[in-house]
Design a protein. Structure first.
Length: 135
């Protein structure tokens, strides 16, 4: 009888452990996690709009704190600050391709990020260049 109860206990522990293992959202083998964390972002934005011969141009630069975290897609990361919310597909080599935006970039190291997104239309264009350093 003692052996039977012991086997049941071991079986219950194994089932509960497997539920915790598979039930966790964070995948321990997820290669994106090495890039997650708080970052300091330097942002440069430039734009031009109007009609040919009468364009208005401008640019601005600023620094703000944000984070890189899991994106909505399995292979995506999200670059998030109070003024920026960009999702990008992370490739195995650390390069980034915009997801829902025409941007691209890379993680040159696990502690740095470079990303550029540009929008063009007949009435103008804008470009945002982001440099991030992990804190």
């Amino acid at each position: 009888m003692l052996l039977s109860n012991r086997n049941r206990t071991i079986g219950c522990i194994a089932i509960i452990s497997s539920l915790f293992w598979w039930g966790c959202k964070k995948d321990v083998f997820d290669s994106r996690t090495k890039y997650y964390g708080n970052y300091s972002f330097s942002v440069h934005s430039s734009w031009a709009y109007g009609v040919p011969g009468n364009f208005t141009t401008g640019d601005t630069s600023y620094t703000e704190v944000g984070e890189v975290k899991a994106g909505d897609l399995d292979d995506a990361v999200e670059i998030s600050t109070s003024s920026i919310d960009i999702e990008a597909i992370l490739r195995e080599d650390g390069s980034l391709k915009g997801s829902g935006n025409p941007g691209s970039g890379e993680f040159p190291t696990t502690g740095s990020l470079v990303y550029t997104v540009s929008y063009y239309s007949p009435g103008g264009s804008s470009t945002v260049h982001i440099n991030g350093s992990k804190q």
